[in-house]
Design a protein around this ligand. Sequence first.
Ligand SMILES: Cc1ncc(COP(=O)(O)O)c(C=O)c1O
Length: 374
Amino acid sequence: MSNAYSADLISAPRLLLGPGPSMVHPRVLRAMATPVVGHMDPQFFAIMDETQALLRQVFQTENRLTFTLPGTGSAGMEAALSNFLEPGDPALICVAGFFGERMVEIVSRVTADVRRVDAAWGEPIRPAQVEEVLRTRPAKVVALVHGETSTGVCQPLAEIAEIVHRYGGLLLVDSVASLAGVDLPVDRLGIDICYTGSQKCLSVPPGMAPITIGPRAENVLKARKTKVQSWYLDLTLIQKYWGTERVYHHTGPISLQYAMLEALRMTVAEGLPARFARHAAVAQLLWEGLAELGLRLFVPAENRLATLTTVVVPDGVDDLTIRRRLLEEYNIEIAGGLGALRGKLWRIGLMGYSARSENVVTLLGALGRLLRSH
Ligand SMILES: Cc1ncc(COP(=O)(O)O)c(C=O)c1O
């Protein structure tokens, strides 16, 4: 594959159609070659300010505390779960896949009082499940994943948000696989804490976790009695660097911050409705093409996540062989199933700059040929 992105370190550039990282636009890559300045340089502060303003637009929020954390999506998850809970606080985690499980793992290191509601992998959490638990035992934080990348389910949030607030909890949402690809109006839904990762629908290289914190959550942060277990991810300290005080906390990842700003400018210039429509349209094209190849999708249409499609590996077809041949013969990366779904699913991501019809057609062509020859 001839490719504008090739560099000496990589002999075979790939078409990235897995669950992330997604393709990075050449404009964003070029932005990363901008000369590095210091993290306390006024020019860099201007970049941080613009990043915050654009992030608010992408999260669809007015939240004052909106910035990026150094670290991948899991840093966002860890910061979100550990800043708003103290030892002994009750937490409720909704688990419908691999990343819901990761939330339980993280939160159990913060507080011993963890409850969970579960949905079968491939199904969303039902609002009644959440209400049933909260009725008998309110939780300070209720956490769930919007786009569960392990299953390809898009979790409806409106009803659950209403229930969580009725019982006085904070709603914490993982939007790592959905933000900037699927509509997620943080303020309209009343989401209190929301984080994402740089490498999916924003199409920035991995290594950053944008996060936004609403007023209710900010008050909880201010009222903490104990220190956050992680100094590095202590949002009270980090906000002093992003706010007007500009107190040094860590050396900002300068080049990634350039990339983030360029990607956010492009996202806002495209317009959120147009961006969501693009992701929906290419997903539809993929789903139709997969059906024409005789492949079955794992998630029913009404719960499907546009940015990540899960395909059932047909009987008699070896998951690994097909993925290896896609990579070696066609330079296309897709992913296999996680956890219990290992070997059973293919996961195809159409996120950010990867979400283009020419990529769908290329993948369908290659996959069709491989399946016919298998
Ligand atoms: C829904 C979701 N949450 C969290 C993460 C963790 O992000 P990272 O791998 O960037 O740490 C991922 C990664 O794929 C994800 O898909």
